[in-house]
Design a protein around this ligand. Sequence first.
Ligand SMILES: [Zn+2]
Ligand SMILES: [Zn+2]
Length: 437
Amino acid sequence: MTRRSLIACPHCAQLHQRIPIAKGASAACLRCGYVLYRQSALPLKGWLALTLAALIVFAMANYFPIATLAANGRQINATLPNALILTWQQGRPLVALMTGLFGFALPLTQLLFLFWAMHAIILQRLPADFHWGMRVLHVLSSWCMVPVLLLGILVAIVKLSGLAQVEPGPGLWAFGVLAVLLTALSRVTAQRLWRMAEDDGLVSQSGADVEPGRIVAACHSCGNVQSIASVSGSYSCGRCGANNYFRKPDSVSRTWAFVITAGVLYIPANILPVMRIRMPTGVTAHTILGGVIELWRLGSWDLALIVFVASVVVPMTKLFALAVLLMQRQWKGVAIARQRTRLYELVEFIGQWSMLDVFVVLLLSAMANFPGLSQVTAGPGAASFGIVVVLTMFAAMSYDPRQGWDADPGRESSGLQFCGRPMGLDQSLDNPATQAV
Ligand SMILES: [Zn+2]
Ligand SMILES: [Zn+2]
């Protein structure tokens, strides 16, 4: 029997054989329920076309104005690159830098790398630095926030309608299309591209060099399952060269450090004004909650609710959920471990949405720039808030969900083999432990 490619669950470390599944189906981990892989109904050429379309729409979204504002005979055509430059000049480099990275530079880099990798797989010729490109793609995936930026643009436009005459521009529609395309493309992860290359015989099969009786671990970047010498210290992946640890080192203390720092910074982020609005009648400072109340007063209760959820509920939920995950590690049992995995999935899913207010502030300060009439500038709270969001994302990344499963007593009796345990390959590989759902 030829050995099938191996796949390790990133949440519970359960080892599975990768079995072919129907188009549109997905395969879930038998132990924790996490979706391990999907079989796309779209061929790779279709994904390549989508990536090319996204690149064209990206250029349009950043070239054409998002909105045109008119007040007192003056007109402003606001584009994202202009907004970034203006916020930088206004003395808020951190806000400009965060938005520029998460809303512009990183999504563009991600699209270029995706196009390059898919094109190489279609041509059946991988460049020598394919493994390096895939590692970059893997790191970028968590930091591209165009859908959040789009929501920020919508909120900014509604807020501006109180200050000036606002006309949505073609850039806004382009951002809408781009957000949809990027959400679809977020399914093509670096690990998925590795699996495609594996299926075409372009790279070695995951688990090809696993030896019975030795410790087994999976690369966090390319997913390659391999034998390693020891559970302590780092090792570099035999397929992509990424630096790996059997389990994330000092995961608990590092996650606590990020959670506590984010929790402390969350106080100034809420007390300090995120923006100042200068009107002929005087200067008003707005905190995050003040901004929500103002949106409500403008009659946009739906947007007020979205901003409230993104800026208040999401960061609090994330900090609280991470603290719960860290504190209840001692509670054992499969049911609790599964709950923990679901909670961690939630933390990962809501990760970037709290960046919304930082984007709103940047866009407002760039768009409502009518000196002498009305001017919006970013306040010190905006940068603190952005740092809180980044810290909570780092906290989620430092947490290692597999450790919660390591202590699970049920694993000895389940008859399945786990990553990191010496395994008798023959008995485990005869039973494909992957379930198509
Ligand atoms: Zn699992
Ligand atoms: Zn690797």
